[in-house]
Structure formats: structure tokens, C-alpha cells
Design a binder for this molecule. Sequence first.
Ligand SMILES: *Cc1c(COP(=O)(O)O)cnc(C)c1O
Length: 818
Amino acid sequence: MTEVTAPKASLSGSEFAGEIRSKLKYQLGVDESSAKASDVYVAVASAVRDHLSDSWMRTRAEMVQGNTKAVGYLSAEFLIGRQLSNALLNVGLDEQFALAMKELGFDQDEVIAAEAEPGLGNGGLGRLAACYVDSLASLGVPAFGYGIRYRYGIFRQEFDKAGRQVEKPDYWLTQEEPWGHVDYHRSQRVGFGGTVQEHDGAKVWEPAWSVRAVPVDYPVPGYESGRVNTLRLWESRSYDEFDLSAFNDSDYMGAVVPQVEAENITKILYPEDSTPQGKRLRLEQQYFFVAASIHDAIATFYPGQEHPDLRTFPEKICFQLNDTHPVIGIPELMRVLLDEYGYDWDTAWDITTRTFNYTCHTLLPEALEVWSAQLIGELLPRHLQIIDRIDAQFVEGLENKGLDGERIDRMRILTRDGNPQVRMAFLATVGGLHVNGVAELHSQLLRDVTLKDFSDVFPERFTNVTNGVTPRRFVRLANPRLSALISEGLGTDRWMSDLERLQGLAPLADDASFVERFAEVKRANKRDFSVFAQQRYGFEVDPGTMFDSMVKRLHEYKRQSLKILAVIAQYAAIKDGTAGDMLPRTVFFGAKAAPGYAMAKLTIRLINNVARVIDADPDVAGRLQVRFPENYNIELAEHLIPATELDEQISQAGKEASGTGNMKFALNGALTVGTLDGANVEIRERVGAENFFLFGLEVEDVDRLYAEGYDPLSYVQADPRLRKAVDMVAGGVFSEGDRDVYASLVSDWLTKDYFMTMADFTAYMDIQQEVEDAYRDQARWNRSAILNVANSGYFSSDRSIKDYLERIWHTSPSPSSI
Ligand SMILES: *Cc1c(COP(=O)(O)O)cnc(C)c1O
């Protein structure tokens, strides 16, 4: 008997159907018989929101009155995905929903699919923020997510006839959006530009213009916790809604200009993942949401107080900086304390440094954000003064410690050369209590390489919190079949809030009937995916082949090139009759490239054309297929991951900070082929080396090769399969004979190959042979897959949040909610 512990709303399916009916009639004004799926979606979401209201209000009141320190998770991205099925599950209305849909005669999958996916993030970093707010609410931690409500999220990706990526605007707000609640009363004013004046020795910033930050609040219902936290996403509006004087001069268009300019700030998400451009609007966005959030936190925790004692601020809330995007919050809090509340420098610095903590998400030097001091001075003149003083004080401290000048220059927050720059990662490290990396290896490399100077001076600041993913969305909702089997195997569904319980499945890996049922779950998920792919993308997928997936942003360090070169080599082997009895596979790619990233976009084009050439070749006869569905997003992840058998995590060692895709796959019973990089290291340790396909150079090998002078050509010459694959690309096999199309890609492979794809190719081909051998022994494969599931409970974002609570935030769940 399965023990069911989720608090179910005390409501029958019929009663819920009645609520939906009245929403349709009174809120949407549509007749039940003519209601479309999108109408029903809005009606159901509105009904669910009503059910959340009481808990939401109670949670807010308790947060302000309670004595538990809250967490403010500051993130420029929250890739939350569709909300309805998650809310139904967490609030305990999922069964009633199914019954109500049956009673009303609507297709529940269609209703769920009618929700537009809010694409308010690029990839892993934004998804992590979404998993963390889910876990914070589920664990009963008082918390806000603070971010930006972009009008256009990450672009929608399409492919043109030549296989190139085309970016289409993602206007996700065309239909009614029932989740966001606009709260005008909590608006904040955010200033920009202008000058700093001195009045009686006090500095006063007089901005040249200001915009209104309006919060749009999204409920974040915890699973089993009865708690509903708030994700507060700010939208920019104008104060001068309509400039009357301009209007009176009959300049109607001119009269709306300020409004249009103000609204531009939150209009669009920058589509760069890992390589930020130092654009003015981006800095405006960063300051906009962080300034609004800091003022909001003060207004929340000191309601109605004109002279709050902000020395207690760090006991009320701590801010987690999700990467460097919100780091401008450090000088902003200083400015507020100094100029608005009159604290002296030392007090303000003490409060500020006890309030912030910083999560670093990268090792790539080009991803460490740097702003020109000139730009900061133009947009935020007072902040530049404060940064200058923080830097001066920091340097003085380093001098007192006896550090040499060269090292001090390396560590400066504000460089002092001809074109001074502000290094945001350094500011974050100096202006907060803790710095964490996102996997063991990454945190180690931060200490040893990226932030070594800082780690030497402040070793106690550095710690690790390995990323995690929410099991509610990525197991329970994405993979209902596996979830039911797990609950049955464990005799409980408590694993959803205590994921280490999956350990209990390990003995079942040797139970033949369980193994067979596990295999049937995977087969059924593969069949489902084939149907979905046919309907959504119009392509055939053979569920009888092995499903091998590489889905993530397209970046050279992630090495989609390695995978496609291996596919090409395999294709060549089929053509020249040396492939033997190779295992039939379908290779899935999913990846968006930043619109300005030429090499990444060319790789997309190559993958599409390899897929096309292979498909058109009768010699291949179903042994190898490449499928590249457009627009990789959360929805596609939720469909593809449960159907995948082999997961590709093949980044160059030392470049992927953690990865979270790898965790989602392991939890859904895929085996990983991967390098010793990011969280792969920890996944392998936990699931067992014999259940993980490890290959490739390690961090030390990579460093040694760089030092020796890396020569990709020598690797190409040494492996005929690689030489052949590169020749095919260069020779126009995938560009209708045109040798120019991929020339820049080929030239990079042969002469630079910074991420050492060529050096890892042979090892990668060898490990794929091992994959084939393992897969042929289905009993062994399934046993390994079950052990992957059983041993991946550690990768729950609930565990990550507990680590943050213990190592960084030093707070605990709110007593009344646990
Ligand atoms: C999990 C996820 C990512 C992160 O994938 P990595 O493989 O860790 O880079 C990116 N995009 C989407 C839609 C995801 O769900």
C-alpha cells in the first residue's frame, strides 16, 4: 500500500469542476460548451490561485512578524516553466483536476499545454533560481525571489531551410496571464544618471531621470509545506505616463516617448549565456531590479517606520547574489544606508557585508562581468564614488597585510589604468560574507585558480554548494510513470520531499520483475516522445532505437562539436561498410545559440545538415538518426529527459561549473557519458564508476596541454576516423558541395580548438563502443539505470537549499511551517 502524505485540498473533483465552471462563466464570459483549452487553462489557474490565497497571505504576514531571517534570492533570470501542473501538485489538487476535466469533458493535457512558457531565463542559471524558490517554499523557508519580468523572454528558435537558427521574439504575454499579481502599492522609484551634490557634508544623488518599478508577484507554493512564498518580478513603467506639455504643443508621439523609454528597461532578456556584453541597457536592468528589491525589503521588514534601525537588517534578510548580475546591490545598499539613512561608513559597511553572499557560476574568464567605470559613472555616479572608496579601503587592508603591489593590482575592484573597469566578481567577494561555487570541483577551481588571490587572503569566505534540481517538476511531473513505480517500490511517495529515500530502490536493481517494469516505463516514455515529436515537430522517431540526448545551450566549451563529429564518423563507417552490427541510435540535440555567437550558430547549422544528409541516405537504413527539435526549453526537457537512455555531458574538463541537466537525466534513469567536469564528478561518485561512462582529459591534462602548446592537427592526423569526419565537413558533404560554409569552423578545429575537442575525440569514440556493448546487455543496462536513480537523491535542490541554510544563510525553516 502506498502511503500518501501530501495534504490534499478537501475538495471533490465535482466541486472543483463547479469552481472552474463559474470562472469560465463569470470571469472569462465564455460558454462552457464553446470554451477553448486556453480558456479552461485560465479558469483552472484562477481557481487554483484562489485556493492559494489564504496561505499566500498568511505566509507574508508571518514572514514580517516572525523572527526567522528571510532569504532574498536576487537573480536576473528565473526560468520557471509552466506553472499550472506544478501548482496543482503542490497545493494537492492534481487528482481533483483530473476528475474535473473528465466531468467537464476537456482534455487535461491540452489544458496544461495551453499555458505559455515564461522564458525568463537563458538556461541553467535561470532554471536553478526557479528550482531554488520551489525548494525554499517546500522547506518552509521565508524567502523572496527577486528578479525581472521581461516582456520578451528568451527568443523562440526556429530553423530556416538551410538549417540556420532564426530568432523570433517570444511574446509570452499575448494571452491572459493568470499568475502574476500586480501590486502598485509596492512600487518603487529607481533613479538613473544625474549628479552628486553635497549639502552640509552629506552626499545627495540627484538622478536625471527615474522610472517606476512595479512588482508583479507570482505565488510559489511549497510542496507539502502549506507555505506560499513570493517571486517578485519587477516591471519598469514611466512616471510621466503622458507628457501633457508636449501634448499641448500637439506633439502626440513625442508625449509618449518617456513612457516608451522607461518601459524599455524590462522589455527584453539578454540572450547571452556565459558571455555577457557590457551593454548600457543591461546595467540599467541590473540596477533597476536590485535597487527596487532592496527598497522593497526595507519597506517589508520595517513597515511604516521613518527611522528604522537598519543595523538589524542582516537579521531580517540576507541576499543571495545569483552570479554577478545583481552585484550592484552592494554599493546600492551602501548608498541607501549612507545617504538616505545617515549611517557612517563603517556601520554601513558592516551592515552591507553581513547582508550579501555571492554564488559564482563560471570559470570562463570572459564570463566574469566587468563594467567600464565610465558607464557606471554616467548611469550611477554616486555608486561609482562608493565603489571607489570600497576599493581604496580594500587596498589599504591588503597593504596592511603586507601584500605586494603586483598582487594588489591584480585584486583591485576598480582598476586604475587608462580605461578603468569595475570587476563585479571581486566586488561581490569583498562586499559579502560568503562566496560559493556550484559543484565540488568548481569550488576547488575557484579557490585554486579563478579567485585564488582572494581565497589566499580570505580562505574562510569560500565554500561549496553543489547545485540541485526540484524532484517535483523533473521527476514527479515530467515522469509520472517512473514516479508511480518509485512510490510502489518504496511503499511511499515521501521521496518527493526527501529524495535520499530513493536509496531504497537500490536492492530492487536486482529484482527481475522490478527491472522489467522499470524497462517498460522507459519504453513507454520513448513511445510517448515519438508521438509528441511527430505532432509537435513533424518528424519520425523510432522508439526501437537507443535515445541518446545532448540538450543544453550551445557553447564551444560544452562541445556539441565533439558529438556531431562522432556522429559523422559513425555515418562514414556505415557508408564504407566498417560499422559492423552497430547499435541503432537516435541522437537528439536541443540547443539555442546566442544570436551574436557565430561559431555556435554555425554548429547548429552543421547539426541540422548532418541530420538531413543522413536521413536522405538509404545506406543508413534506420541505424542512425539525428533529431534536432527547435527551441529547447523547459517543456521539451520535460518530454525528452524521461525518454532518454544515454545523456551526453561532454564539456572540456574544468569548464562546466556544475550542470543541472546531468542531474535531471540521472534522476530519470539515463546513464551518462561524460568528462570529469562540474557535478559529473559527484554524480559518478554516487552512482558508481561502473554505472557511468567516463572518458577524456582531466583538468590537469588540459592544463598540461595548454602549457605544452596544444596542437589540434596532430590529433586529427592520428585518428583516421576524425580525419575523415573533418574532411567531410570541409569538403562540403553537409553543404551541398559548398566548401565555404563551414570553413571557419573547420579552421578553428584544425588550428585553435581551444576546448580540445580533437584531443578528446578518440577517447570519446572508444567510450561510445563501451556504451554499445553495455546497452546490448539490457539487464545490465537497466540495473545501472536503476542505480542511477537510486543514488541521485543527493541532487535534489532541497538538499542544496539545506546546504545554503547551514553554510551560508545561517537561518532555518520558519517554525510555524514545519
Ligand atoms: C536544466 C536546463 C538547462 C541546463 O542544462 P545544462 O545541461 O546543465 O547546461 C538548460 N535549459 C533548460 C531548458 C533546462 O531545463
